[in-house]
Design a protein. Structure first.
Ligand code: GLN
Length: 251
C-alpha cells in the first residue's frame, strides 16, 4: 500500500460544458488537493461514449455550464446516466454543478425558443428562459453563503437567460447581482453534498474556501481527516477584498 491519499472526480462532458473556463474548477480542486498530499483522479464522461467511470466509486461529480445549444446536445446522454447519478447523490457523492449543469439537474429547462429540455429531476426546481433572447442576467455577482458552519461571501460572474424557480434550499443570499431570477433574493441550490450555482468565475478560483469545503467533505465521507493544512491564499484574498469593495460600491 502506497499510503497516498486520493479522491475521485467524474467530469461530465468536459469538452461541451466549459463556459467561461468552468473547467478551471477541476484544476483548482486538483491543485488544492495536491498541496495536501491528496491525488485527485479525474475521469471524463464524454457525450455518446460508453461509460468508463464507475459512478458509484466517485467522490465528486462535476458539471460545468453550457449554453442552450450544448444543453440540447447532451440532454439524452445525460438522461441515460440518470439512475447512476441519482444513486451517487443518494450515496453522498458531492455534486458540483454550474449554470447549464445546475439547470439540467432540476425538473426541466425551457429555453428561449420554448423548447423544453427534460432535466434529471433530482431536485424540485425548474427553469424557464424569457422568449426575448436579450433578456439575460449578466454581470458580477456576490452571494452570502453558510459553509463550514460560517459566513462566506461567494463571488462570481453570471450570464443566464434561465430563471430558476421552486428552489427549496438556495445556496446563498444575493448581495450584488441577480441569482436564480432577475432581481431575486436568492442564488443556487444547496444540500450537504450538493452545490448548484449560476456562478462562473471559475467559481473555485475566486472562492478558495469553497474548494476546501468540498475537499474536506469528501475526506470526511471517506473516514479520513477533514483537516486541511492552510495554503498561501494571499493573492486570492487580496483579489477578493478588491472585488468585494468594488462591487459593494457599485450597487
Ligand atoms: N443556457 C442557459 C441559460 O442561458 C445556461 C447558460 C450558462 O451555462 N451560462 O440560462
Amino acid at each position: 500500500m502506497s499510503g497516498q491519499k486520493s479522491l475521485k472526480l467524474l467530469h461530465m462532458y468536459p469538452n461541451v460544458l466549459d463556459l467561461y473556463g468552468d473547467g478551471g474548477n477541476v484544476e483548482v480542486l486538483k491543485y488544492r488537493c495536491k498541496m495536501r498530499g491528496i491525488e485527485l483522479i479525474v475521469t471524463p464522461h464524454y457525450l455518446d461514449t460508453p461509460d468508463i467511470a464507475d459512478f458509484s466509486q466517485q467522490d465528486i461529480i462535476y458539471l460545468g455550464g453550457g449554453a442552450d445549444y450544448e444543453q440540447q446536445l447532451l440532454a439524452q446522454d445525460l438522461l441515460s446516466c440518470k439512475d447512476k447519478i441519482a444513486a451517487a447523490h443518494k450515496n453522498g457523492v458531492f455534486m458540483l454543478m454550474i449554470c447549464g449543469g445546475y439547470q439540467l439537474m432540476g425538473q426541466y429547462y425551457k429555453d428561449s425558443n420554448g423548447e423544453k429540455i427534460p432535466g434529471l429531476g433530482l431536485f424540485s426546481y425548474y427553469t424557464q428562459a424569457s422568449r426575448n433572447k436579450r433578456d439575460r442576467c449578466i454581470g458580477n455577482i456576490v452571494i452570502d453563503t453558510q459553509i463550514c458552519g460560517g459566513d462566506y461571501k461567494v463571488i462570481g460572474f453570471e450570464n443566464h437567460g434561465g430563471q430558476t424557480a421552486n428552489v427549496a434550499t438556495p445556496f446563498g443570499k444575493v448581495l450584488h447581482g441577480n441569482g436564480n431570477v432577475r432581481g431575486g433574493e436568492f442564488e443556487g441550490y444547496v444540500e450537504e453534498n450538493v452545490i448548484a450555482t449560476y456562478l462562473h468565475g471559475p467559481l473555485l478560483s475566486k472562492n478558495p474556501r469553497l474548494a476546501d469545503h468540498i475537499i474536506s467533505y469528501c475526506m470526511k465521507r471517506k473516514g479520513e481527516s477533514a483537516e486541511l493544512a492552510p495554503l498561501n491564499d494571499k493573492l486570492e484574498e487580496a483579489c477578493r477584498k478588491q472585488l468585494l469593495k468594488r462591487l459593494s460600491e457599485n450597487k
